[in-house]
Design a protein around this ligand. Sequence first.
Ligand code: GDP
Length: 297
Amino acid sequence: ATDTVEDAPESLKPRPPVVTIMGHVDHGKTSLLDALRGTDVVKGEAGGITQHIGAYQVTLKDKSKVTFLDTPGHEAFSEMRARGANVTDIVVLVVAADDGLMPQTIEAINHTKAAGVPMIVAINKVDKPEANPQRIRERLLEHEVVVEEMGGETQDVEVSATKKTGLDQLIEKIQLQAELLELRANPDRDAEGTVIEAKLDKGRGPVATVLVTRGTLKVGDVFVIGAESGKVRALVNDKGMQLKEAGPSMPVEILGITGVPAAGDPLQVVENEARAREVAAYRAGVIQAKRTTNAPA
Ligand code: GDP
């Protein structure tokens, strides 16, 4: 319904990697996400309060940035992918060193391979006396995940999310992987993005967290988002601060939407409100038609 114009190679600029953490329940995904969030060098000076908006971005000592999707688990990942929204650049697979490869670990490996996304293995809980990281590396071989030490190409790192060890090495490996991927986007165009999560907020109305995939989203921009439309009234980041604009790989909450979109829905900035309503109505019609077609006779 909307034309997607390709960007000229010279318009492309490096963008931060988008990372998803996957692994078996209780292996430490949430703890690791919290620990990684703590590595943000601007969190103190910004003075904001941590908001859980489905994704966050950390700024590292060297000023580079990494975006983490903070809905742990592979359901969100495969659901987004099923909807054609491949927002993840790198998967960090968390495996508890005192446990081993569990059903959801193997599922995560399969999802990651199917998506063709590079994986970094974080062997977690190495602070525990019963931890056996080497056994994890060996077991990974059975699933064709061959870490460097075993002669393969998959990077691995020993971490403790609770003791906060190995985090710098993990970030270094993410950055190295990101460099290899040569992630780029054109920031100087109308924004496009993907909905990470959305809700109806009592005080604020419909709110969607969007990951900007290219262009720069600005307050006042008119957009289509799934089968909804709107005009950006405010942009709020994961520190609860209002922004004027958000560039590629930046997760941001958007206010000013006509309704609540679905995770995985695309966002596109369009030229005016008439056009936005037209595209949204067309999409709503398509969605309606699909529902009717799929309805049991
Ligand atoms: P999730 O289900 O994968 O999100 O796992 P959680 O982050 O909730 O962690 C599950 C449990 O393991 C919690 O009790 C954590 O405190 C604990 N845990 C997580 N990481 C570590 C670690 O590095 N070392 C130790 N000893 N415990 C950990």
